[in-house]
Write a protein that binds this ligand. Structure first.
Ligand SMILES: Cc1cc2nc3c(=O)[nH]c(=O)nc-3n(C[C@H](O)[C@H](O)[C@H](O)COP(=O)(O)OP(=O)(O)OC[C@H]3O[C@@H](n4cnc5c(N)ncnc54)[C@H](O)[C@@H]3O)c2cc1C
Length: 392
């Protein structure tokens, strides 16, 4: 059985900037991950299966809608709490964090922010307990980085809408109960619709053969003349700002989350380097290995400060999308780099499932692409600092 020896690393004592409540949340989620996630996740990843039995526990530790108000089933927590939860979950596996990110930021957030009171009452409490699981449909086969070109569309039939089109690369799709789907109305305006499993013409085929996020279920959302009741339209948002504001919330969580994967890789490599003897000495005694470890903890420390500050700004409603892009891009890239260097420190053992590094590394190849690719976030920073759009 896999032995989880994870120790948290906090080189600049960033924990001192947190409240007692933040620390309690961290301990609760960390204990859940240690008991429920790390002992089983490698097997599920190897089998390319999502561990659905974890959903109840995830809901119990507040992973679904932590910042949604208590009256709708959420925890009413602040943004730093949300970040901490995402970091601890991704320390276990990016796929588990992905499920919690989608549920919280891409399904509960839009229903809470753009939904009618009836929609909030109907869906949010059940999403918070995991009784309902949600998916978010934005990406299409021919429109990824450029979602404005989407072709999914719906028609007003008087007493209902008819939705046609398809979405690709959708996390949680194979088992979702509802999906928040972005599609164009007859005038070409992007709107959000809540599509429920069981609606005729709605199917969610699973995507197989992934080398990354293997313990996360990914699939398509296919709409073949789906009859959607009019009350399932999100009334309070029009245009791409709807899905983009959801992505902002999810990207913020990813900036924290990726650090969890980085910390797990660094911690594993540091311990291994101290225990592995070559040429009669621990490999940690060689300068080349120390350089790798020292650079890793330096980058991790910078990233910890970045997300803490971003969380503070977000709590004050002062974080802008470009700041969030910078943190997502930086932290996922550094996590990938830490995973690659850690893998090398473990030598041949680094490629096995006995250690979490290779799984984190492969997962991060999705994380660096979804929710805006590494390139796209750089272009967002470029646009923000120069005022010139280099996307097209
Ligand atoms: C495992 C997984 C889960 C996902 N989950 C979801 C989900 O739940 N819901 C959802 O809606 N989507 C989801 N996605 C989709 C994800 O958001 C897209 O894959 C991502 O936005 C990139 O789109 P694309 O794959 O079509 O790549 P493309 O947009 O085709 O990009 C290909 C390459 O071209 C580059 N590129 C594109 N445009 C430019 C430009 N203007 N300038 C320079 N370079 C450019 C990109 O950076 C990239 O390197 C998921 C993806 C994965 C892999």
């Amino acid at each position: 059985m896999y032995q989880d020896r994870f120790q948290y690393h906090d080189y600049y004592l960033v924990e001192e900037l947190l409240t007692d409540e933040h620390r309690l949340i961290r301990e609760t989620v960390r204990a859940f991950v240690k008991k429920e996630v790390t002992p089983i996740i490698e097997d599920f990843a190897q089998r390319a299966e999502f561990p659905r039995h974890l959903l109840k526990g995830l809901a119990e530790v507040g992973a679904f809608g932590p910042y949604i108000p208590v009256e709708y089933g959420g925890q009413g927590l602040d943004q730093i709490s949300y970040g901490i939860i995402m970091q601890e979950l991704e320390r276990g596996d990016s796929g588990i964090r992905s499920t919690a990110s989608v549920q919280s930021s891409l399904v509960m957030y839009p229903i809470y922010t753009f939904g009618s009171e009836e929609q909030r009452q109907k869906y949010l409490p059940k999403l918070a307990t995991g009784e309902f699981m949600g998916a978010f449909g934005l990406t299409e086969p021919s429109h990824g980085s450029d979602p404005g070109g989407m072709v999914s569309h719906f028609k007003d039939m008087g007493d209902h809408y008819v939705l046609n089109g398809s979405k690709m690369w959708i996390s949680n799709a194979p088992f979702c109960d509802i999906a928040v789907v972005w599609a164009k109305d007859e005038t070409g305006v992007v709107r959000g619709l809540i599509v429920e499993r069981g609606m005729e013409g709605f199917s969610t085929p699973e995507t197989h053969g992934k080398w990354s996020l293997r313990a996360s279920a990914t699939g398509e959302l296919v709409f073949d003349n789906v009859r959607v009741p009019k009350e399932n339209l999100l009334p309070n948002v029009k245009g791409l700002k709807g899905p983009l504001s959801c992505l902002n919330s999810a990207r913020y969580g990813i900036a924290w989350g990726a650090l969890g994967a980085a910390l797990d890789c660094y911690d594993t490599a540091l311990r291994y380097a101290g225990e592995r003897i070559q040429f009669g000495k621990p490999i940690a005694s060689f300068q080349l290995q120390q350089k790798k470890l020292a650079e890793m903890i330096t980058e991790i420390t910078k990233a910890q400060l970045l997300v803490w500050r971003l969380g503070t700004l977000k709590n004050e409603n002062r974080a802008n999308p470009a700041q969030i892009s910078m943190a997502k891009r930086n932290n996922v890239a550094l996590a990938l780099e830490v995973a690659r260097e850690s893998r090398q420190i473990l030598g041949g053992m680094g490629i096995t499932g006995e250690y979490p590094i290779m799984r984190h590394m492969m997962n991060l190849e999705s994380v660096v692409t979804y929710e805006g690719t590494h390139d796209i976030h750089l272009l967002i920073t470029g646009l923000d600092i120069t005022g010139i759009n280099a996307f097209v």
